[in-house]
Every structure is written in C-alpha cells, then in structure tokens.
Design a binder for this molecule. Structure first.
Ligand SMILES: [Cu+2]
Length: 141
C-alpha cells in the first residue's frame, strides 16, 4: 500500500519534470529566427529570403559591397520595436527610420512583423535604389 503510493508520487514527479522539459521546446522554437539577406552592389539591393512567418523574430542582414555609403530605410520599422546592430553598436527603439551602411560594412536589423504585405525599403541617399521584402500569411506550424 505504502509502496504503491510512493510509486505514484514518483510517476507524478516524472510527469512534472517531463512537462518542463517538453515545455522548453515551444519556448526555444519561439526563439527561432528567420533571416533576410540583402546585398548592396552596384547601387542595387539584392534580396535573398525564404518564406517569412508572421510574429517571428526576423533579422535583416544588409551588406554594402559598394565603395560609397548607402542607407537602408523603411516604413516597416515605424511602429515596431526595432533593433539595429551596426559596427558592434546596438540601438533599439520604436520609430527607427533606417540605418546607414558604410562601404564594406554590414548592418543587422531585428524586428517582429505582425502583418503580411510587401515591405518596401529604399536608400535615402540614392533615391532610385529600392527593394522589398515579401511577408505572406503563412500559418505557424
Ligand atoms: Cu545608396
């Protein structure tokens, strides 16, 4: 009788621990980040992206291969908390307009997009430099 009770308690403890172990899985997949790579070369944006999901941390890496300074600006950052990492310095805010990228340098912009659409970006220095990131409604798996 007493022994049986002990086994049941032990089982409950295993379930309890198992719950936390399994509970960690969705948490770490929430930290999954999707990436967009943008290369600037010859005064043009070249974008490489996979299908993007909503409400998922998205990192846009922008590399400037030109020997002039460019800018990566977009309306998509305006009402979203956005983190910009440039030359080892991270700035974070709501209402970021964009980031300047010096020749040969790289900038990473991190944000979570919560509505689908075509998100246009441009260089404010060279007005005809434009590109877009496409965010489709893809149900989270
Ligand atoms: Cu430019």
């Amino acid at each position: 009788m007493h022994n049986c009770q002990g086994t049941r308690l032990h089982k409950m403890w295993v379930l309890f621990v198992g719950f936390f172990l399994l509970g960690g899985v969705p948490l770490s997949s929430a930290q999954f980040q999707q990436e967009v790579n943008v290369t600037i070369e010859g005064y043009m944006f070249r974008t490489t992206q996979t299908p993007l999901q909503l409400n998922t941390e998205t990192v846009i890496h922008i590399k400037n291969m030109d020997d002039v300074r460019h800018d990566f600006g977009s309306q998509m950052f305006l009402n979203t908390l956005t983190e910009v990492e440039s030359n080892g310095v991270i700035t974070y805010g709501n209402g970021v307009e964009g980031a300047y990228i010096d020749p040969g340098k790289e900038v990473s912009i991190r944000l979570v997009l919560d509505h689908p659409g075509r998100f246009q970006f441009q260089c404010s220095i060279h007005k005809d430099m434009k590109g877009e990131i496409l965010l489709l409604t893809v149900d989270a798996v």
